[in-house]
Structure formats: structure tokens, C-alpha cells
Ligand binder design. Structure first.
Ligand code: NDP
Length: 283
């Protein structure tokens, strides 16, 4: 079995590599090197955001990699500070200029912020549609949207998000949101896929890893792959960046999949913010 990253079809006709590389909490001064390592290993999908402060360094790494821009799928996300349509337009331009590119593969609303901006994420979403219509965003989507937020977009806007990027890992399966995505053809992207490391010492995960001769991280990432979600684990450790890429030359059997799924702790398993109340806005 070759270790080839599958592509997943989006509802707008585009495709996305199922495995990418995430750069949340990578210091800008370390980002170009980490992304360069990932690209040299074979990653062709980078997940950044305005709020990560490292878009410029992601762009720099892609340019120095020798790869064509078209070979790398790049995602960024709108800062929580810029939900008003005029602000979103300016912020989107700043993403393109930081990355030094004339288009982005996927642009997301980072958080719905239902307690801010009079709860109006619909006009923000309609603004992202402009970027897709003028070709500067190939695909558009959302992040951290709960089912009621998605239902409201469905009722008040024409375009269905291509993806919804949400927290998901063995301790927080996020099944309700994933089920909505399956029903309405919205691909789920699972953020913090190894719960920032918290699931790697779990006895069930370790036991499965020992049985099949893989690492705990590979077992958990492979579980996501077989669930059909898109993932982009983060690491600044070259050996781990390599380890996290070796996911497509083995399979978990049904029993192992079920054992990992049974670790779900529901809402108590969240590592990050609850989107219904999350209201962080950078200064
Ligand atoms: P991850 O679940 O990817 O975990 C990253 C942590 O795990 C780091 O501390 C890393 O350490 C460690 N690690 C990585 N690989 C291994 C390994 N093989 N063995 C042991 N430890 C390992 O967390 P993230 O929160 O970074 O999530 C991934 C990506 O998801 C982000 O980078 C970002 O792109 C996205 N994201 C999106 C959010 C959103 O709101 N839309 C929120 C959070 C994340 P080290 O670097 O030291 O090697």
C-alpha cells in the first residue's frame, strides 16, 4: 500500500488533500522552517489563519520550496476582529498580500462569535462569497460552527460552506456537527486531531499502537482518516512531522476504530473553546 495522501471532493467541485500541516502556535520565526520540512516530506496542504500571525512565513516557505503555487493547498481564516463586511474585505486582501499569492484555496470564518457583532455571522459569510465569485478564494467555508449556526446559513444564504473546521479527536468526537456535515455535504475538518497530545498516553490508544506496531499519534490520525475527516496535525519536531505523514500504508480494523470512538467524553472532552460562548477578539 503506497503512502499517498487521498484527496476529498468538496461540494463546489474542488478537491482538498485529506492530510495537511497545521501552524497554530508556531512562532513566526520558526514557521518557514517547519513548513519547509513538511513540504519536503510531501505535505501539500497548509492550514494557517490571520490570528496565527504567520501567514507571511507560510508563503515564504512555499515560494522557497521550489513547488509551484498550484501544488500546495493553502487555507487561511478571517480574524475574529474583522467580521464586519468592509473589515473582512480588507483583511482578505491582507491575507493574499502576506502570503504573496493572488488566490487562496480555502478561506474560512474562524469562529461564529454568536455573542458579538449582534450575532451576525451571515453578512460575514455573504462577504466571503464575494471572494469566491471573483476567483480570489477557490473555496470558502466556516470553522467552529455548531448545528444551529449552519442551519441559519442554510436558511439565510445561498452558498453552503465547503468545509466546517471543528475540534474533534477521540475525547471529543463532535458527532452532531459531523452528522450535519455528512447530511448536507459539508466536509468536516478536525482541529487538534491528537488533542494537542492529550490522547497519546491513553491506555486504549497505546494498546492499539503496540498491537499493530505504530505510534499512538499514527493510530489516532489514522482513526480520523478512516472517519473521512480532513486533518492537519501541528508539530515543529521534524521526526514527528514525518511520523504524522505515514498514515496511508496501514489500516485500523473495525474493532480498533470502535475502541477509539468509545473514548468520547462528550462536551467534557473539549480542549478548546465552546463556539457558543467563545468571544476572543485580538486587540
Ligand atoms: P494537534 O492536535 O495537532 O497537536 C499538536 C501538539 O502535539 C504539539 O504540541 C506537538 O508538539 C504535539 N505532537 C505533534 N505530533 C506529535 C507526535 N507524533 N507525537 C507526539 N506529540 C506530537 O494540535 P493543534 O491545536 O495544533 O491542531 C492542529 C491544527 O488545527 C492547528 O495547527 C491549526 O491549523 C488547526 N486548529 C484550528 C483551530 C480553529 O479554531 N479553527 C483551533 C486549533 C487548531 P511539537 O510541535 O513540540 O512536536
Amino acid at each position: 500500500m503506497a503512502n499517498t495522501v487521498p484527496t476529498i471532493s468538496l461540494n463546489d467541485g474542488n478537491t482538498i488533500p485529506q492530510l495537511g500541516f497545521g501552524v497554530f502556535q508556531i512562532d513566526p520565526k520558526d514557521t518557514a522552517e517547519a513548513v519547509g520540512t513538511a513540504l519536503s516530506i510531501g505535505y501539500r496542504h497548509i492550514d494557517t489563519a490571520q490570528m496565527y500571525g504567520n501567514e507571511a512565513e507560510v508563503g515564504q516557505a512555499i515560494r522557497t520550496s521550489g513547488l509551484d503555487r498550484g501544488e500546495v493547498f493553502v487555507t487561511s481564516k478571517l480574524s475574529n476582529a474583522f467580521h464586519r463586511p468592509d473589515d473582512a474585505r480588507k483583511a482578505f486582501e491582507s491575507t493574499l498580500s502576506a502570503l504573496k499569492t493572488d488566490y487562496i484555496d480555502l478561506f474560512l470564518i474562524h469562529w461564529p462569535l454568536p455573542t458579538l457583532y449582534d450575532g451576525d455571522y451571515v453578512s460575514t459569510w455573504k462577504t466571503l462569497k464575494e471572494f469566491q465569485q471573483d476567483g480570489r478564494a477557490r473555496s470558502i467555508g466556516v470553522s467552529n460552527f455548531q448545528v444551529p449556526h449552519l442551519e441559519r446559513l442554510a436558511a439565510e444564504a445561498e452558498v453552503v460552506p465547503a468545509v466546517n473546521q471543528v475540534e474533534a479527536h477521540p475525547y471529543f468526537g463532535n458527532e452532531e456537527v459531523r452528522a450535519y456535515g455528512r447530511e448536507f455535504n459539508i466536509i468536516t475538518e478536525a482541529w487538534s486531531p491528537i488533542a494537542q497530545g492529550a490522547v497519546l498516553g491513553d491506555p486504549t490508544v497505546v494498546d492499539i499502537a503496540d498491537q499493530i506496531g505504530r505510534t499512538p499519534a499514527q493510530v489516532v490520525l489514522r482513526w480520523h482518516v478512516q472517519r473521512g475527516d480532513v486533518i492537519f496535525p501541528k508539530s515543529t519536531t521534524p521526526a514527528r512531522i514525518e511520523e504524522n505523514f505515514q498514515l496511508f500504508d496501514f489500516e485500523l480494523d473495525d474493532a480498533a476504530m470502535e475502541r477509539i470512538s468509545s473514548l468520547d467524553r462528550g462536551a467534557a472532552g473539549r480542549q478548546g473553546g465552546n463556539p457558543d460562548t467563545f468571544d476572543y477578539v485580538p486587540a
